[in-house]
Design a protein around this ligand. Sequence first.
Ligand code: HEM
Length: 414
Amino acid sequence: MTTLPQPPDILSPEFAADPYPAYRILREHYPLFHDPGTDSFLISRYEDVARAFRDPVFTSDNYEWQLEPAHGGRTLPQMSGREHAVRRALVAPAFRGRELREKFLPVIERNARERIDTFRDAAETDLVARFATRFPVNVIVDMLGLDRADHDRFHGWYASVVGFLSNLAQDPEIADAGLRAGRELAAYLLPVIQERRAAPGDDLLSTLCTAEVEGTRMNDQDITSFVSLLLAAGGETTDKALAALFRNLLAHPDQLAAVRADRSLIPAAFAETLRYTPPVQMIMRQPAAEVTLGGGTVPAGATVTCLIGSANRDERHYARPDSFDVLRGDLTPATAFSAAADHVAFALGRHFCVGALLAKTEVEVAVNQLLDAFPAMDFAEGTVPADAGVFTRGPERLRVRLVPGNDGARAHGA
Ligand code: HEM
């Protein structure tokens, strides 16, 4: 007789150390499980998570308490219907196609180069502290046309706002720090918004200040909330993805060598990193009506926690789900950054990450420049650095030994 394993506690230290065995137990034995710690229904199978992202009965009203207080107002992820479509259309062009290629690619390349310059001649560095946590936030700050001299302040605000969003255990100090950071950021932005309204430039903040939504302009609070969202949504995620990508490749030297030799494999390496170690491990939803899924029923208004980290390792969907394999046949790099993706790291459906192609461009530029600057790289501490975090997850540090090359200047896009 087999005994049923205990349902995992997603707020426990064991889960934080390595959630993947717990995800397997959930998928196998508790595909729909009411978690008392978070008072939410956990769903863990690919099919159920994909459905929750696509089926409009699963609203994102949960962001009223999860996002709104930190950003100081309603933002894109919590909107629906026409309001959502119009607001999304406002920023989407900056994150894809010509605008991304022609206007923002140079910004991305310059920021990658500047970060690498801070350790180009070093024998060793921490790629998380020196590169990953800085580069994506700096890119957003520059896209918005904000003061580059304030990169450090933005980094501090963004870290506190992200702390608020990831505060599953509801720690009051973390919550206060997030709310304070949101207020400080808004106070910083308000005079800049007045300037841009009076004299718009070619930057993303000017677009937000001047664009008309449903015949009316976004008010100051709409804009400060939106900027706060962009810093958190675009910074934290890409930060963790970049660090995890390098850690995964360094842990698989044959795959690193393949990517180094054939840079067209970078999107596949990024897509596989998003599947294998997704930066956003879970996203919540709130069904508007009673729904049946995972073999059970969720009442209207309850919170559903969609376990992205589990869905992406579902053995019903992927062969050898626990292996990192850049060349796997069941993940399609060509669609991995669109709403037709066959992983759920960017969600799916109407809230599919609007910054996915920006993230892909940032990762391509960063990986190319880092590989060009350093012909050899290895873990400095001899062990593979682990991931940390429950809501968002990635390596906390990534100390690497570097062999600087003399071809750094020919870096792609340099
Ligand atoms: C690897 C990097 C990234 C990952 C893993 C990621 C993940 C996600 C996920 C899971 C969602 C869905 C949230 C939900 O449905 O509740 C989302 C939405 C969003 N992301 Fe990203 N993201 C990344 C990069 C970016 C970047 C670079 C930006 C832009 C600065 C960005 C901006 C947004 C915005 C504005 C939304 C809300 C879209 C909507 O509600 O329509 N993200 N992202």
